[in-house]
Design a protein around this ligand. Sequence first.
Ligand SMILES: [Zn+2]
Length: 193
Amino acid sequence: MIFLHDFGIGIEEYEKKGKKNNFPLFKWCPNCQAIAYGNLHRHGYYWRYGINQEEELHIPICRFRCLVCQVTISILPSFLIPYFQHTLDTMMERLSSVLKGEKVKGSRQQLEQHLKRFYESIHWTHSFFTDAGYQLGFTKDIKKEAQKYVTMIQDFGESTSFFRRSWGHLSSYFMGKLILPYLPPKKNTIHPT
Ligand SMILES: [Zn+2]
């Protein structure tokens, strides 16, 4: 399962720190709630790419494994969207540019896929903001709606706060297709420092 974690830093600093990042410690298994002590073990890293506006960075993702439920837990930094290489900030900037008709560098095909996914998930995004107390209509002009929500997401607070706040809404997440497994309460983690 994926556990979203705010490291409080951007991808560039995360890459520099590599395996020395301040990874969270759990009090209990986020999947089965078994007490972490003696049950939840560090399970190495896998490496993935993260793309910001300038470059492609290679970063480690820390994993845990629970001896009780056998689930592997990956600690995803909250500047990344599951299964996408572009960081959240970069994704939003690219979507914002393409919706304004501006030129965006990189693969056109990939950009169109991202835009398509954003359109597909726009009702989910609308639903999150409505639940959060915003009074919002929804018109038939999908492009206009998309521009509206890109701006709202970018204005929501610090870069990843929309993403973290909306994680788990209707058992899904921003740009996601998958239904998430049980989401742990936020107080589960302890920082070593
Ligand atoms: Zn477990």
